[in-house]
Structure formats: structure tokens, C-alpha cells
Design a protein around this ligand. Structure first.
Ligand code: B12
Length: 627
């Protein structure tokens, strides 16, 4: 795959190479390090997080209203902390936050130019900090192009400064035949790739450059601009106490992030605007769902950070940065029942007093009475259950470690803890999934009766087993990394599709018995999505009576109606309905936005008529006059 001299645990990979080349390889590496770092002295390292998307993907209005994800640069924050322990001076430039901040503060779209903003921020920081080495991170496939542009801009500004690149997208693509070509081609100017969880590999690399470590100790690094490509493929990801480190929060602009974008999807239900951050307590996931690429990045199993380190991290966030809410970054927060209980109980015993959510999802089987009680006590205000399907066959095929009974039991337990806003991830459109199987998902979800269902139509992503098998089955085209656009999320393209299809029937897509064994086409999945989304999420709001739940739903619907989907009449209507229920009045701005949206769309007027919804229900007329 890689035309590179590869060494792994002292063994040369590639049959043709004789042992003499091992020496040669280290000499080659030594020459290369001296070419890149003539002084062989790295004292200052700058880490850069590119904008999540590039200019072609950026929507000014979405940025202006603060809807884009704006996460702390946690990963490079961990790498930075490890370097600090070695006396290396570090800094972090979060260009995603800089772009969003400038967009939020801009007066007109004309006064905001996406590329100019991040390029000027980058030039200013490099000028100010004068780094010996720059490390760029790329987590998402959708961030591919933005990362290419940032790396090229660094080389344009300072061709003398070596550039390194790491992150999930880079690592997963590196291990994929086709994707690897586009990585090597698009990032031709990047000097070094660091693969997998690379905080130890990077620290070791800096020490090797500074002649504090021998060259045969290099690992998880690929020399990309050396004449002879060199790949130190050995993997040594952190485990046990190597995980016990608090990332460089002081470099993550925590005081600013929540003002410019969104961190997780539960802070919106907190009474007052929260200052949010993220914390990672475990690495990896016990599961190996076929639509997920975590296993190929973090490897098999779950590695745990010590409870006290996590509690110290939370206390640092509260005491030093005024954070009052965190989102766990974990893929499997509740892995190891005893450890998770101990964590939540220690958070209570040491009065951490920060609320938290698990936007990423937890495994239903772990949501026992004891666990949810401890979670609630320790500040949990929301979590997602990773369910995806309610059909046992589909669950088996996609290797989801959940059974319908687990989902129903978890729901029963969660309903007892009203303070926890409990949502569920569901997906439609799995290969060979019939109408009947989708109806199972609908029925189980209805029976669970939890607060919200994040319903998405399956978008197989590169570097996942389901993607590879669907390409083989000819169900999807193989795509280049730079062409991947997620369906969901702020950069998603889902929403615009809806109206074009002019479907608004309310009859159940599952009513036609002839269809039961039929696999719905991509087009047929849309009306199913609409029907399920309406009945699982919106129509049930009309029956919510519990004041705690009404407040949570109102908080969430105001977030969806004002930030996530400001042109979608359904969240606007039900947000108005709950505003009236809670505050006796509807926000006139919301009403007029809904009124004009409906006025301009026969499709939505049709939908509302079919769903039996009308503005008069909200009795808005009279309120407006009175307001
Ligand atoms: C938290 C998270 C989110 C958060 C956002 C996180 C963020 N920072 O922006 C939220 C919930 C918003 C999210 C959303 C989505 N996510 Co997500 N997410 C994750 C998750 C669970 C953890 C990422 C994380 O914080 N890791 C912890 C830190 C410590 O790791 P790190 O940043 O990778 O850094 C380490 C290494 O990579 C390396 N490193 C990284 N950069 C660099 C740079 C240098 C120089 C060096 C030396 C080392 C280095 O060292 C660091 C320390 O070990 C990952 C799963 C995973 N295990 O990676 C999925 C994951 C990244 N998400 C994924 C996806 C698909 C999505 C969504 C599209 C899902 C959806 N359909 O909506 C959306 C899109 C979001 C968007 N931007 O539009 C996929 C990405 C696949 C891909 N290749 O694109 C992943 C891998 C999960 C999966 N199911 O496969 N996600």
C-alpha cells in the first residue's frame, strides 16, 4: 500500500529489505529530522484546529445564529499537556472558534469573509508565537478540505516550519487503500502524519528530534516529505496511568466557545445559559457496530482514565474556568459498571456540582436502576441511548450490542428520573431493512416513550464495515474523502431535500401490508422518516403534562426552532405550543416566522392540514394584538 520503508517493533516490513536497512532506516530518519529541524531543537509547538468545514460548506446565517458545533480542541489539548510535562512551550489556535466568533460579531454578510478570517488568525498566531513545529488536527472526513487549506497556508506563510497532521479522519483514511492515496496527494506538503491516539508518539518524536530519545523508539509516525518515505508503524496507544492527564484547558478559549456555537445537544435545556466544556474519561468502545469507525481508530476494548484524574479535571474546569456543564466525549461512558458508579459517586462526594450530558450515546444494557440513580445524583441532565433499530435481525447484522428488552428496560428506568432528558438515536435504511423491520423500530420507540428520537437515514461513512460491504453490494458509490458531506449536523444537507419531494401523507407507511417484506427505496425512506419523526417527537408533545418534562421539551424545541432548523414549521409550531403552555404567551417573533413560513409553502400548509395543526390552535391572533 505505502511505498515506504516501514519498521514495526524493530522488524522491517516488506520482504525485500535486508536487516542492514534497519540501520539505514534510522540514518535516513536522522538525516530527515536534521533536514526538518536543522538545530535539532524543538522548544515551541503550535497546535491548530481547522474550521470544521471549508468556505464552500459554510453558511453565514447558520454561523451568525450560533448553530455550528464549537467544541474545545480536546485532542490536541491532551497532546499539548504531554509536551508541557517535558518543558516544551505549547499553544493552541482553534480556527473553528475564531471563524464562528468573527461571524457572530460581524454586522453584515458582506463584512465577513470566511477564508480571510482564518488566514489572518493563523498568520497572526504564527508571527506572535514563532513555533518550531506546527501540529494540525483533522477529526472529521468533512473537515478534509479545510485541513488541506490550513496546512497549505502554513507552508505558504512559513515554508521553514515543519507541519504535522493527526486525527481520526487522517488515521482511518491512511488505512484505506483508496483514501490513503487522496491523503498523500492532498496533504503532500505535510511533513509528518501521526496516526491513532498519538500523544505519546508525538512526545517521543519531539524528544527524538531533541536527541533525548533514540530514533528506533519512534512509533505511529509517517515521514511524508522525506525523499524515502519512512513509516514507524508500531502502535503504542496510551493506557492506564498514561491516560491520567488533564488537557491544556487554559489554551482552549473555554470562556468563549459556548457564545459562538454549540457544545453537545443538552446544554440548551439548562435554565440559564451554560458555560460548557468536554471531558473524556474512557477511550474506545466495547461494541463494534458496523456503521461506526471507532474500533478502527481506538482499537479493541475500552481503556479507562482514573476516577480521581477525571474528578480533578472537572474541578479544574469549575474552579479555574467557570464551567458549569460538560459533555462527555466518551464512546462508552458506562463501560465497567463499578468504575462508572465510582466516578459518579466520587463526583457527588467531592461536590463537583457540574451538570453533564452524554450526547454521544450510552449503551442501553448499562442503564440499570443503580447506574441511572448515581448518574442523576452526580448531575446528569441528558443522555442519548444508542439504539438505532428495534428489529432483532437488524441489530444482529449491524452488531449492535443491544436487544429490544434492554431498550425497554432502560426506558422504564430512565422515565423514573425525570431530571434526565432521555433521547434515542434511531436509524433507517439499513441494507435489506424491510418496512416491517422499520415498523418494529417505530413500535419499540413508541413503547419506550422517551423524550426525543434523533432519527437519521443511514449515511454509510468511509472506513466503516457497513460502507465497505454496501460498496461491494453496489448499494453506495465509493467516495473520495473530500467529497463526503454528512447528511445530518449543521453542515448537513438533509433539510433542503424535504420539500422538493412534495410528499405529505399522514397515513402510516406501515399500513400497506403488501409492503411489509419490501425494502423501501431511498425516496420511500423520506416519507417514512417524516411520519416517524412527526409521531415519535411532535404529536406526543400534545400529551406531555409533567412540568419538568414540559420545561425540558421547551428548552430543546427553542434550541431546534431558533438555532438548528429555523425554517422548519414543526419545531416552530410545537415550540409555540409549549411557550403558550408554560408562559401563557407565544414569542411574537417565532409566530411571525412560522406564519410567513407556512404562508410561503403549500407543502407545509398541506402537512399542517394533514397533521391537524392550525395556527389558531395556538390562539396567537389574540396574543399578538394584546402583546
Ligand atoms: C465527541 C465526538 C463528536 C462530537 C464533536 C467532537 C468535536 N470535537 O468536534 C459531536 C457529538 C458534535 C460529534 C458529531 C458528529 N460526529 Co462524532 N465523534 C465524537 C467522538 C465520539 C470522540 C472524538 C473525541 O473527542 N476524541 C477524543 C480526543 C482525545 O481524540 P482526538 O481529537 O481524536 O485526538 C487524539 C488523536 O486523534 C490524536 N490527534 C488528533 N489530532 C492530532 C494532531 C497531531 C499533530 C497529533 C500529533 C495527534 C493528533 O491525538 C489525540 C490524543 O490521543 C468520535 C469517536 C472517536 N472515538 O474518535 C466520533 C467521530 C469522530 N464522529 C463521527 C461522526 C460521523 C460524526 C457525525 C457526522 C455524526 C452525525 N451523523 O451527525 C457528527 C458530525 C459533526 C460535525 N462536525 O458536523 C465519526 C467520524 C468519522 C469520520 N471519519 O468522519 C467518529 C469517528 C465516530 C464514528 N461513529 O465513527 N462527534
Amino acid at each position: 500500500m505505502l511505498e515506504a520503508l516501514t519498521i514495526n517493533q524493530g522488524q522491517l516490513e516488506g520482504p525485500s529489505l535486508k536487516s542492514a536497512d534497519v540501520l539505514n532506516l534510522e540514518q535516513l530518519a536522522d538525516q530527515e529530522l536534521t533536514r526538518l529541524f536543522p538545530e535539532r531543537n524543538i522548544q515551541k509547538v503550535l497546535f491548530v484546529a481547522p474550521p470544521d468545514g471549508d468556505q464552500t460548506m459554510f453558511d453565514y446565517a447558520t454561523g451568525k445564529r450560533g448553530r455550528y458545533w464549537n467544541f474545545p480542541a480536546y485532542g490536541i489539548g491532551v497532546v499539548a499537556s504531554h509536551l508541557r510535562q517535558e518543558g516544551i512551550e505549547v499553544d493552541i489556535l482553534n480556527l473553528n472558534n475564531h471563524v464562528l466568533r468573527t461571524c457572530r460579531q460581524s454586522v453584515t454578510p458582506e463584512s465577513f469573509d470566511f477564508d480571510t478570517v482564518w488566514k489572518e488568525s493563523l498568520a497572526r498566531k504564527i508571527d506572535l508565537f514563532q513555533p518550531d513545529l506546527i501540529g494540525v488536527t483533522c477529526m472529521f472526513t468533512q473537515t478534509h478540505t479545510a485541513s488541506v487549506e490550513v496546512c497549505e497556508e502554513v507552508k505558504y506563510l512559513r515554508p521553514d516550519i515543519p507541519v504535522t497532521l493527526g486525527g481520526v479522519h487522517i488515521t482511518n483514511s491512511f488505512n484505506h487503500k483508496e483514501q490513503c492515496k487522496s491523503i498523500l496527494n492532498d496533504f503532500a506538503k505535510v511533513d509528518l502524519f501521526f496516526l491513532y491516539e498519538a500523544e505519546l508518539a508525538f512526545k517521543n518524536f519531539v524528544q527524538a528530534v531533541n536527541r533525548q530519545k533514540s530514533l528506533d523508539s519512534l512509533f505511529q509516525v509517517y515521514f511524508n516529505t522525506s525523499q524515502t518515505k519512512l513509516h514507524f508503524a508500531e502502535k503504542r496507544v496510551p493506557k492506564d496511568s498514561e491516560l491520567d492527564i488533564v488537557p491544556a484547558y487554559d489554551l482552549m478559549e473555554l470562556e468563549d466557545l459556548s457564545n459562538n456555537g454549540v457544545i453537545g445537544s443538552f446544554a440548551c435545556i439548562k435554565e440559564k445559559k451554560a458555560r460548557c466544556a468536554t471531558v473524556l474519561s474512557n477511550r474506545g468502545c466495547r461494541a463494534q457496530c458496523t456503521f461506526c469507525s471507532v474500533r478502527s481508530f481506538n482499537g479493541r476494548g475500552v481503556r479507562i482514565k482514573s476516577v480521581q484524574t477525571v474528578v480533578d479535571e472537572l474541578l479544574t474546569l469549575r474552579n479555574d474556568f467557570g464551567v458549569d456543564h460538560i459533555m462527555w466525549l466518551d464512546d462508552d461512558l458506562l463501560f465497567n459498571h463499578q468504575r462508572a458508579l465510582e466516578l459518579f459517586n466520587e463526583m457527588v462526594r467531592q461536590n463537583v456540582g457540574i451538570t453533564w450530558d452524554c450526547t454521544n450515546g450510552v449503551i442501553a444494557a448499562s442503564c440499570t436502576e443503580e447506574m441511572i440513580a448515581a448518574a442523576a445524583e452526580s448531575g446528569c441532565i441528558g443522555l442519548n441511548i444508542g439504539m438505532e433499530s428495534g428489529n432483532p435481525e437488524i441489530l444482529k447484522i449491524v452488531k449492535k450490542p443491544g436487544k429490544v428488552i434492554n431498550f425497554l428496560k432502560a426506558a422504564k428506568t430512565l422515565k423514573k428520573y425525570k431530571q434526565i432528558n432521555a433521547r434515542v438515536f434511531l436509524m433507517l435504511g439499513f441494507p435489506n431493512e424491510t418496512y416491517e423491520m422499520i415498523e418494529d423500530t417505530f413500535n419499540v420507540a413508541m413503547e419506550m416513550d422517551l423524550d426525543w428520537y434523533n432519527l437519521t437515514i443511514l449515511q454509510p461513512l468511509p472506513n466503516t464495515p457497513i460502507f465497505n460491504s454496501m460498496v461491494q453490494q453496489g448499494l453506495v458509490e465509493d467516495v473520495k474523502a473530500e467529497d463526503v458531506r454528512y447528511n445530518s449536523g449543521a453542515y448537513g444537507k438533509k433539510r433542503k431535500l424535504m420539500e422538493q419531494n412534495q410528499f405529505s401523507q399522514i397515513v402510516s407507511p406501515f399500513a400497506n401490508l403488501e409492503n411489509r417484506d419490501k425494502i423501501p427505496s431511498k425516496e420511500e425512506l423520506e416519507p417514512i422518516w417524516l411520519y416517524m419523526n412527526y409521531h415519535l417527537n411532535f404529536s406526543r408533545i400534545l400529551n406531555v403534562e409533567d412540568p419538568i418534562k414540559i420545561r425540558q421539551q421547551l428548552g430543546y424545541l427553542e434550541y431546534v426552532a431558533n438555532l438548528v432548523a429555523p425554517d422548519d414549521p414543526l419545531p416552530m409550531y410545537f415550540c409555540g405550543y409549549l411557550q403558550k403552555k408554560v408562559r401563557g404567551a407565544v414569542d411574537p417573533a417565532l409566530f411571525s416566522r412560522l406564519e410567513s413560513r407556512l404562508g410561503a409553502s403549500e407543502y407545509w400548509q398541506d402537512c399542517f392540514k394533514n397533521f391537524g395543526l392550525s395556527l389558531s390552535e395556538l390562539n396567537i391572533g389574540s396574543h399578538l394584538k394584546s402583546a
